[in-house]
Write a new protein. Structure first.
Lengths: 118, 334, 148
């Protein structure tokens, strides 16, 4: 059941984003930035938590989930370390993903050649 | 040489000695593929970077043009040309190999028409016996400078155009041949206020309309006097806008009005609205139009290079996209 | 005729091809959904291997990022994305592609000034906004706690 929910919720988020792209011509960098911020906000006001409970990776794999992860991390960190946690929580929680993206990309640049697309 | 309004008239035409076009693989597979002098199988042209590849393509187009009529570089007095890259590096580096006095031009995608006008003026004024005029663009070098890395996964809007990998080169001279340049209108810059960089055709269409109108006024002629009026790279959107603007003036351009951006690729090549880039109009001119003028199949042609005078900086600063259109009147079968 | 900007824009609009949404939206739904489904399968796998919920989530992210970078390096990502649009952009694979594609593309300008500098041209804003939003949220939480 969880698989079906992940597929449907993830699919709907992507479909809505596509409508946004087709209609507004917002650049990808703007859309992704907006999603991460929106993820932090939705998580902060307590909406995204239940969605994650319901849809699993359908709610965490889209970039909204990246914002959610950061918000959750901050929440825990502030509880444990006070104001310092506001600065360490977000990046600590998302460190795995960021480090992976940077390291794998550097590795790819070492090992592969840029390609022709025309 | 005389002048009326914005238009220059060459009472003694400036003659076209030779021409050639070198293009990339996608352009070679398009409907005009068999007309080009050099179609590469490797868009890198055996080089390490896209910028070097573009320079090599320019060199190949020049070599092919000179070889056709057996000209030597020493018989040419100067070269004029440009491309889309910052500081026109592709053409500048190609000129390093030519060893000729060189003018680097930037007219965005109108560069071929711009170089033909200036090359004609030099010849007509007696300052050069022969000038080499050229323009080029390369999809990969332009894409990584203006838009995204080539490996980036994005979608293009349906109004977007595909930068052609192509270069056209032509030699102008004061000795008579079958094809001559008889008039030219340097364009003014017009800005209809379009801000969407994915819709260049719409941004440039006004300038094409205005330059054509200026030329008709200055020369006392009309669309019916020409076999072909061809704009540079307005593609389907801009072509439709120009047609409609003339229709509102009570002039039907009909089939005699075409656009290079709509000729280079066919629908199955997934290029959305059509082709763009300096190389697009340059290659269509040198691959298709000039040969037809030489054979007499075409008698009078208005070649209107169109360019969008914008950069990623101006786009990020929220500026709209000004357009320019330079017109060259070519006559064949003379 | 004299051109009025508003009229001109209306004229351009008439010439524009219709929106491709009828094709792009279902494609985004299918591919985006499939990537999330793949994430769920991986998560179950990691949880069965004994990872707790949080660790499994991080492992899923790292795996999908690896997939995104690998597809980019093999030049498959942009082919899929041309069809899938937001379906590959919005999932974390899009973030991976945003970092990997300039890293690869600009290696011709050197590993330091090309790859490493340009790596963040697209993803930089995402990180900056994400980090800043989390700090603001954290400060708000802390203030709420202090004020009681």
């Amino acid at each position: 059941m969880m698989y079906v929910k992940a597929f449907l919720v993830g699919g709907v988020i992507c479909a809505l984003s596509q409508v946004l792209i087709d209609r507004t011509r917002l650049t990808p960098a703007r859309i992704l930035s907006a999603y991460v911020v929106l993820g932090v906000i939705l998580s902060g006001v307590g909406i995204w938590g239940p969605v994650v409970e319901f849809a699993g990776t359908g709610a965490t794999v889209p970039l909204l989930g990246f914002g959610h992860t950061m918000a959750e991390g901050v929440k825990t960190a502030v509880r444990e370390q006070g104001v310092l946690g506001a600065f360490t929580g977000g990046l600590t929680a998302s460190a795995g993903g960021i480090a992976a993206a940077v390291f794998f990309s550097l590795l790819a640049a070492f090992l592969f050649q840029p390609g022709d697309r025309s | 040489m005389s002048r009326s309004g914005d238009t220059l008239f060459f009472e003694t035409p400036v003659w076209v000695n030779t021409w050639a076009a070198a293009v990339g693989t996608k352009e070679g597979q398009g409907p005009l593929g068999s007309y080009f002098d050099y179609v590469t199988r490797d868009n890198r042209f055996g080089k390490k970077t896209w910028e070097q590849a573009e320079s090599r393509m320019i060199g190949l187009a020049c070599e092919a043009a000179l070889a056709k009529t057996g000209l030597e570089l020493s018989q040419i007095d100067c070269a004029l040309g440009g491309d889309l890259l910052n500081q026109c590096i592709s053409t500048g580096f190609a000129a390093r190999g030519l060893g000729l006095p060189y003018f680097g031009l930037y007219g965005a995608c109108s560069t071929m028409a711009e170089s033909l006008i200036l090359g004609s003026v030099l010849v007509s004024g007696g300052f050069a016996r022969r000038t080499l005029c050229l323009a080029s663009s390369h999809f990969c070098s332009a894409e990584r400078q203006y838009r995204y890395p080539l490996e980036y996964g994005g979608q293009r809007p349906p109004t977007a155009q595909w930068t052609a990998t192509a270069c056209g080169a032509a030699v102008l001279q004061n000795e008579k041949t079958a094809v001559g340049i008889t008039a030219a209108t340097p364009g003014r810059v017009y800005d209809p206020g379009i801000t969407d960089a994915g819709n260049m055709g719409a941004a440039m269409a006004q300038s094409a309309y205005e330059t054509l109108r200026t030329f008709f006024r200055d020369s006392g002629t009309g669309p019916k006097d020409y076999d072909l009026m061809i704009t540079g790279d307005l593609a389907s959107v801009g072509h439709g806008v120009v047609t409609e603007l003339f229709r509102r003036d009570g002039m039907e351009l009909g089939d005699r009005y075409q656009d290079c951006g709509m000729l280079l690729y066919d629908q199955s090549q997934d290029v959305h609205a059509g082709a763009s880039g300096c190389g697009c109009s340059a290659a269509v001119l040198c691959g298709r139009i000039l040969p037809d003028l030489a054979s007499g199949k075409l008698k009078k042609v208005l070649f209107c290079g169109t360019g969008a005078m914008m950069s990623p900086t101006s786009a990020n600063q929220g500026e709209s996209i000004p357009g320019i259109c330079h017109l060259v009147c070519l006559e064949g079968g003379l | 005729m004299k051109l009025d900007r508003k009229e001109y824009r209306a004229l351009c609009k008439e010439q524009e091809p219709s929106s491709p949404s009828r094709r792009t939206v279902p494609a985004a739904f299918a591919v985006g959904g499939a990537l999330c489904l793949l994430g769920q399968v991986l998560r179950t796998l990691f949880e069965n291997m004994g990872l707790d919920e949080k660790a499994a989530g991080t492992a899923v992210s790292i795996s999908l990022i690896f997939l995104g970078v690998a597809l980019t390096a093999l030049r498959l990502f942009e082919k899929i994305a041309k069809f899938a649009g937001a379906g590959t952009l919005v999932p974390i694979t899009g973030f991976a592609n945003a970092i990997a594609s300039p890293a690869l593309e600009f290696k011709t300008e050197g590993f330091v000034l090309g790859t490493c500098v340009k790596m963040f041209t697209i993803a930089g804003p995402v990180l900056t906004w994400g980090i800043s939003a989390s700090v603001v949220y954290g400060l708000a939480l802390w203030l709420a706690e202090v004020m009681g």
